[in-house]
Design a protein around this ligand. Structure first.
Ligand SMILES: [Cu+2]
Length: 165
């Protein structure tokens, strides 16, 4: 019986650690070799492609020039698709509005449901005119892309390719 309980506790943490490692990891500010400025519009990024060498640590400075809320999320296609229902849930709970994030509501609901907190090290969710930074270490061979998982935006093509050079 004890073994069963242990398994249930271990499985989720292993799968999270595995997927994060596959995507790279939060970078050390002292190791940043390149700063890339990313502009977010409705519904696309500028630039729409990044050339990055394996093991480089990159600082992304992301600004939302659009009129809608946008996300900049570094991940695999598979993880983006997994993340999208979470974002839909934020819309259903009226945390994620078209041009605003209800941060008070987000804080309240995230006490009950952690997926509502949207505090992932690989992503930022920005209101119009907001700026944020992500420092990411690309120590992975996985095919990554930056994308916006606000419902409808990924489908509209709000994706920036990340190419290993
Ligand atoms: Cu978007």
């Amino acid at each position: 019986m004890k073994k069963f309980i242990l398994l249930f506790i271990l499985i989720p943490s292993i799968s999270i650690a595995g997927s994060m490692n596959m995507m790279g990891e939060k970078g050390d500010p002292a190791e940043v070799v390149k700063i890339i400025k990313v502009k977010m519009y409705d519904n696309y990024y500028e630039p729409s492609e990044f050339k990055i060498k394996k093991n480089q640590t990159i600082k992304f400075i992301v600004h939302n020039y659009g009129e809608l809320v946008h996300e900049f999320n570094i991940s695999t296609t598979e993880m983006h698709l997994k993340h999208q229902p979470e974002m839909m849930k934020m819309v259903e709970n009226e945390i994620l509005l078209v041009d605003r994030i209800d941060k008070k509501k987000m804080k309240e609901l995230s006490k009950k449901d952690h997926s509502m907190s949207h505090t992932h090290t690989n992503s930022v969710l920005l209101e119009p005119n907001e700026t944020a930074e992500i420092i990411w270490k690309f120590n992975t061979d996985a095919k990554l892309e930056a994308a916006c998982n606000v419902p409808g935006h990924y489908e509209a093509g709000m994706i920036a390719k990340i190419n290993n050079i």
